[in-house]
Design a protein around this ligand. Sequence first.
Ligand code: ATP
Ligand code: MG
Length: 629
Amino acid sequence: MKIDYLQELDEEQRKAVLESEGRSLVIAGPGSGKTRVITYKLLHLLMNGVKPSQILLVTFTRAAANEMIERAKQVTGMDLEELTAGTFHHVCNLLLRRYANRVGISPNFTILDEEDSLSLIKHVRTRVLDRIFQDEKEKHFPAPSILQKVFSYSVNTMSSLRQALLTLYPKHAEFEKIIEEIYKEYTIEKRTQNCVDYDDLLSLTVFLLENDPQVRYREASKYRWLLVDEFQDTNILQLKMVDQLSSVHKNAFVVADDAQSIYSFRGARFENVKDFARSDAKIFKIQTNYRSTQRIVEFINAMIPRTSVPKLLRSVKPDGPKPKVVSTWDRASEASFVARQILKLIEFGYEPNQIGILYRSHSHSFDVQLELTRNQIAFRILSGLRFTETAHVKDVLAFLRLLQNPKEKVSWIRVARLFPGIGAKTASAFADHASSVETMDFQEMFESFPLKKPSLSRLREIFSELMKEEAVSKKIERLYESFYKEYLEENYSDYTERQLDIQRLIEMAERYRSLERFLSDLMISEDVNQERGTNKVTLTTVHQAKGLEWDVVFVLSVNPGDFPSYYAVIDGKLDEEERIFYVAITRAKELLYIMRQESVQRNYFSWMKLPDFIDGIPRELVEWIDATD
Ligand code: ATP
Ligand code: MG
């Protein structure tokens, strides 16, 4: 059966999809079908003889890639196992596992998440400061989290540490030399422990492709086509990767909306789109918004960020109600308005999973979470702590990570401290020992450690039991039954919930044959805990809501100082705040509620005259609702 998939596109979209070879850029506003165009481009290539293994598809989340693949499977009936798809981090992980040795790491490397990397930075920072300042305390030295931001920014913008420091924290510039030293030692630590952090995934891959023409040629020959969604949020490393991987066939198809560029704090640069456009790329525009009803599109057109290329979206959907600006008194009354409204909407026939609650900062959602719970409205949180960042899941993963890479200190310290009688000192002495001895054998590692303690013997036994199991899920089960179940019962009052999480982890592990694949997927997937398919209201930061849509959208706390964020405003980043607000309001299909709290206007921020998004809203385009009493 031949499905005429091209009929599901409008004229402008079809033109982009049908464009044959070369570099193409689709630049268009929200809801105009950019993601749809990527999906259909994929379909179109597959239907015209391009093999799945010749395509590289890069998306903002793993979930987005999966959705596109599902659609392509439906239409083509092909098996798409061989397609390379996922976020930039996923692609980097795949490449680095293949070629690790060429960049001086071993292929069983462990991926450090942000918390792991922070604790390693903390460790190195203390060591360096102790060495330099000895007895006197240096109180003004920047905190580990600041160092982490500076390191990350410097890697992702390919600028010097000095430049990163001057851009982000000029007041700490005097410490440049010491910060450089910490950075050096942090890098060495990662190498000796055979670990990489998220930024290394990107920078090592780019380094590999840049300096190894053989690898670059081999990989670039493989990919006849590169497809990239959300190109406006790529940074310089990601741009280089796109160039390197398309250096043989020169077919790169990217879509972007400059008005939705919101990741500059991670080094994303809108110039990438301009650079791409300036090259030999063909440029396509699409201008119809298919997502939102007409009143919302009018509002969106009026709220286009000042920094953006002016564009007007046409709407095809019916009128619909105007967006609403709802004044409440404080966070509690905002939360109760939102909960009451949701109850009404559900009664009216809206599905809970068609309702999204968006906020600038996670803390703005706490009252709403309480209120939803009180009203028995089921919700899921898209952002916030990820599943793999919760303490108990991390404990279990630490054991698995050591089985894969026994040199990694962060995990040694973590597992050792689960045992009574092992304090911080012993744990870190053992970690140093394990990462410095030649052997990779657990028994020898324990035997050669001078300090003998019953808890250490217990730990050693556990490892030897874990080694006996083949399957990843069996390893977790064994760990859980032999020790961790009891540990949870003794240490947490909410242990039943945590035990359920470990059961989930076991179920997830059942789908994997390789420990390494399981760990990599967990460490770089944002969506393992998204409970897809369940009918719940979604809570998320605007940053994580990119590309998504709901029938009903609430934007919380649109108050000066909250959204736009106080820190962004004083750092002169109001432009980016405008774009974040724009991303928020463009997620709504039918109903849009912009929430604001009067009490905030009247106290601490009022005298500062912080910018206020509500002031910029044309009065006639929205309905004003007073819910202050
Ligand atoms: P964003 O900028 O938010 O990422 P986008 O440009 O990627 O948005 P899509 O998510 O692809 O837009 O499309 C928005 C909505 O419009 C989706 O529900 C999509 O299915 C629908 N849509 C896109 N193109 C068409 C079309 N030609 N006909 C009908 N519906 C369409
Ligand atoms: Mg999109």
